[in-house]
Write a new protein. Structure first.
Length: 336
């Protein structure tokens, strides 16, 4: 019995942290309030919705030190200024580097010398791989992207088992905090079309539980070239307003700006874009007989429950003009 006790694995000594001695740290942001430095962000959506294209657009701007979003009130305008170019590590398990990723980066205007890829041709990279930290240290990368999540779990990991996912998410979370970089994991959605957005992520809910920010990308049903990014989890700041971008084969990628739709509505095909469509119909109705003072339009819209941002999105979409009448403004349909 004594021999068994002596051979037991020694348990760690108890160590307590007194919160009085903990210094308060300010969260820093790659993009407030969507992508924090030192933390893990998940960007998810159905296949073909533009997740990777959007992330590559962000990467391109970061490598040039350029702002990558339109000026949107409430989304951290102070972070839209130009900054120093940074290095980025981008790992993909789905797309070819030469025929897909490089052309997209070039089209987006990236400084490709600042986009680094870990060569995992001989040994597949996983989230527990020591090469991931080595690459971060060597390149001083401020952003690391793994696209998609399931491509970097490892062959033996079941993505639906919490006890297998938690160590992986813990590992990348520690890396992000230790090296003060932003880590983005891109993921697909499951096929539960009637479920809430927080439960649509592919695999264990522990993916989202470990991330500090979760974004969903989807398209507007009746306007398929318009895609929207919605905040579904924000542990470090108030949730950001949804932001839209246009993606079509003729004109490529273009940021539009704030868009009044939530994640659940975006993912529910029956109501995608319904609020904006109602606002468009209202404007066409109230302006049908000619110009109307802006104050009257806004007041009537409020009485019908149309939010201010939705109204202005609809105004932009319809190309409604603002004309000066005395000291006030009036709105008029473009054909007028």
């Amino acid at each position: 019995m004594e021999e068994i006790l002596n051979n037991r694995i020694k348990e760690p000594d108890l160590k307590l942290i007194n919160m009085e001695s903990v210094e308060v740290e300010q969260i820093q942001w790659l993009l407030y309030p969507f992508i924090p430095y030192g933390k893990v962000t998940i960007i998810q959506g159905d296949p073909g919705e533009g997740k990777t294209t959007m992330v590559l657009q962000i990467i391109a701007k970061l490598t040039r030190g350029e702002k990558f979003l339109p000026d949107c009130s409430g989304n951290g305008e102070e972070l839209l200024k130009e900054a120093e170019p940074v290095n980025v590590i981008y790992q993909t398990a789905e797309d070819g580097l030469g025929d897909t990723i490089k052309p997209r980066l070039v089209e987006a205007g990236a400084d490709c010398s600042r986009v680094l890829v870990i060569d995992d041709g001989e040994q597949p990279l996983t989230m527990l791989d020591s090469r991931l930290e080595e690459a971060i240290v060597q390149t001083q990368a401020r952003l690391i992207v793994l696209d998609p999540i399931q491509g970097f779990l490892g062959a033996e990991v079941d993505m639906h088992r919490a006890n297998e996912i938690r160590p992986l998410m813990k590992r990348v979370s520690v890396l992000a905090e230790k090296h003060h970089c932003a880590i983005i994991l891109i993921g697909h959605m499951n096929k539960n079309s009637s479920g809430k957005s927080s439960y649509r992520g592919l695999g264990s809910i522990d993916f989202q539980a470990a991330a500090r920010s979760v974004l969903v990308v989807g398209r507007i049903k009746n306007e398929p070239e318009i895609r929207v990014v919605c905040h579904v989890k924000s542990s470090l700041a108030p949730e950001g307003k949804s932001i839209a971008f246009r993606l079509d084969k003729d004109n490529g990628f273009e940021w539009i700006g704030e868009y009044d739709i939530g994640a659940d509505d975006l993912l529910n095909g029956d109501s995608r874009g319904q609020k904006t469509r109602e606002a468009k119909a209202f404007l066409q109705e109230i302006l049908a007989d000619g110009q109307v003072m802006q104050s009257e339009v806004v007041e009537e819209a409020e009485s019908r429950g149309i939010k201010s941002k939705t109204l202005w999105n609809a105004k932009t979409a319809l190309n409604i003009q603002s004309v000066k009448v005395g000291k006030q403004w009036a709105w008029v349909l473009p054909e007028e």
